[in-house]
Design a protein around this ligand. Structure first.
Ligand code: SAM
Length: 218
């Protein structure tokens, strides 16, 4: 099943190298299935903040998530690629925007792998905006590497430093948030944090925030 969806999603893109990357990413990264499991029963529209080329919305649609979806990314080229790939789908839109700006209200929100590219102050701004804009009784799902004392964090940081040294990754800054910094922005929400390591050595975690009355802790 996963292999079929990986092939379908790869076929949305024109560039051969991107198709190969998408196929590999869908098959190897546990984030997409983890997000699907968390958001699939929610009726509100979904916002993918820092959507890249739009893989998550397409993955969710291919798995039967029918709500309207909006992807926002800072990178014009990625938004163009995502829009082109979205021609097959209805109700999946992409716009260029800055995650640090105001967010559309009333969505469930997914934030995958973008926080480390921002300063701690901007991370807090983004997280606070996400908490403010999420739909009432909605859900926020965040995947991020975490800064802590683990060997996983040391490997994550070393691989990033290498990526920047060879200019594979052009991020101006790389500051991973701590668990507490992420959770602190979601006052009044119930939080569930789980490791999302898959087969990787990286220090990735999944944060799920809900604020429906039924989900609040006793
Ligand atoms: C590692 S990629 C993750 C892409 C996607 N979330 C995924 O998991 O496939 C990080 C993304 O953050 C986007 N990004 C960086 N700065 C941003 C900003 N200020 N506002 C919105 N997106 C931004 C980049 O363009 C890039 O697409």
């Amino acid at each position: 099943m996963a292999a079929d969806v990986a092939t379908t999603l790869a076929s949305l893109y024109d560039m051969r190298s991107l198709r190969m990357y998408i196929r590999w990413k869908v098959r190897s990264d546990p984030a997409y299935a983890a997000v699907l499991a968390r958001v699939r029963d929610y009726p509100q529209p979904l916002l993918d903040l820092g959507c890249g080329v739009g893989l998550l919305p397409f993955y969710l649609r291919e798995h039967g998530v029918g709500v309207p979806m909006l992807g926002i990314d800072f990178d014009d080229r990625k938004i163009d690629v995502a829009r082109h790939a979205a021609q097959r789908y209805r109700g999946i839109d992409f716009i260029r925007g800055d995650a640090r700006g105001e967010l559309p209200e009333g969505h469930n929100t997914v934030v995958l792998d973008i926080l480390q590219y921002f300063s701690p102050a901007d991370q807090q701004r983004i997280l606070t905006q996400v908490a403010k804009a999420v739909a009432p009784d909605g859900i926020v799902v965040i995947r991020s590497g975490l800064r802590d004392a683990s060997w996983r964090f040391r490997i994550t940081r070393a691989v990033d430093a290498f990526g920047r040294a060879i200019r594979w990754m052009r991020a101006e800054s790389l500051t991973y948030p701590t668990r507490e910094e992420i959770i602190g922005a979601f006052d009044g929400f119930h939080v569930d944090v789980t490791p999302l390591w898959g087969g990787s050595p990286f220090n990735n975690y999944l944060f799920v925030f809900t604020r429906g009355a039924a989900r609040r802790p006793e």
